[in-house]
Design a protein around this ligand. Structure first.
Ligand SMILES: C[S@@+](CC[C@H](N)C(=O)[O-])C[C@H]1O[C@@H](n2cnc3c(N)ncnc32)[C@H](O)[C@@H]1O
Length: 217
C-alpha cells in the first residue's frame, strides 16, 4: 500500500480544534453520531454546519481517476458516501462509469445531490452488500473511523473483499503529540483513531493492501 494524499486538490478548511474542545458536550457528540440532519445541516458544533455541493470534489475525482488510470467503464464504490458529492463528480469525469455509494445515513441519502440518492445503499461499512471483486475502485473518505475498532477492521476487510483492484481510505490519525491533541480536540463522531504507525501495523495485520491518507485537523 502507499500513503498518498489524493485529496490534495481540496480547498484548505479552517478549523479551530481548541475552540471545539472547549465547546463540545457529550450531548453534541451523541447528536452528531446519529448522522442525521443535525450532523449534516445543523449547527457547526454538531457536524458540518451545512453540507452543500460546491464542486470541490471534482478536482479530487479527476485526480483519483488519473492516479488509478481507471477505465471509462470503471465500477466505483464510495463507502461513507454521504450526499453523493464525490459519486456525482466521478460521473462527471467518467460518464460511462458505474458508481455506487453506501452510507448509514437515511438523511444523507434522502437529501443526496442531483439524483445520487438512488445510487446510495443504506448500510454499514463493515457489511458491504456487494459481491467479491465487484469494483475497480473502492474509496472511503473520513468515514470508517466512525466504527469501533473491531468493526473498523472489518470495514477495511470488506473494502479489500469487494475490490478487484484499487482501494483508498482516509482516516483520523496523527504523526506526533501535537497532531494527536488537535485530533482529540476536534473529533465529534470518531471511535477509532491512532497514530499513522499503528494504522500501518493494523493494515498489515488484517491484510488491507489499499492506499491511505490521514485526516489531521
Ligand atoms: C465525515 S462524513 C464524510 C462524508 C464524505 N465521505 C466526505 O468526505 O465528505 C462521515 C460519513 O460516514 C457515514 N457513516 C458513519 N458511520 C457509518 C457506517 N457504519 N457505515 C457507513 N457509513 C457511515 C456518515 O453518515 C457520514 O456520511
Amino acid at each position: 500500500m502507499s500513503e498518498i494524499n489524493l485529496l490534495d486538490r481540496l480547498p484548505v478548511t479552517k478549523r479551530d480544534p481548541k475552540a471545539r474542545a472547549l465547546a463540545k458536550t457529550p450531548e453534541d457528540r451523541a447528536l452528531a453520531k446519529q448522522f442525521g440532519r443535525d450532523f449534516f445541516d445543523g449547527e457547526r458544533r454538531h457536524g458540518y454546519g451545512g453540507y452543500r455541493y460546491d464542486g470541490r470534489w471534482l478536482p479530487v475525482a479527476r485526480r483519483i481517476v488519473e492516479h488509478y488510470q481507471l477505465p471509462a467503464d470503471a465500477r466505483i464504490l464510495d463507502v461513507g458516501a454521504a450526499k453523493g458529492f464525490l459519486m456525482h463528480d466521478f460521473l462527471q469525469v467518467l460518464p460511462g462509469a458505474t458508481v455506487r455509494g453506501l452510507d448509514v445515513s437515511a438523511y444523507a441519502k434522502a437529501n443526496a445531490h442531483a439524483g445520487m440518492g438512488s445510487l446510495i445503499d443504506l448500510g454499514s461499512a463493515d457489511a458491504l452488500p456487494y459481491a467479491d471483486k465487484s469494483f475497480d475502485l473502492v474509496v472511503s473518505i473520513n468515514s470508517i473511523h466512525n466504527l469501533p475498532l473491531a468493526a473498523c477492521k472489518q470495514a477495511l476487510r470488506e473494502m479489500e473483499r469487494v475490490s478487484r483492484a484499487h482501494k483508498f481510505v482516509t482516516i483520523d490519525a496523527w504523526r506526533n503529540e501535537e497532531e494527536h491533541q488537535r485530533l482529540l480536540d476536534w473529533i465529534l463522531t470518531a471511535e477509532t483513531y491512532m497514530s499513522v504507525d499503528d494504522w500501518l501495523k493494523l493494515f498489515a495485520e488484517i491484510g488491507y493492501t489499499g492506499d491511505a491518507w490521514w485526516f489531521i485537523p
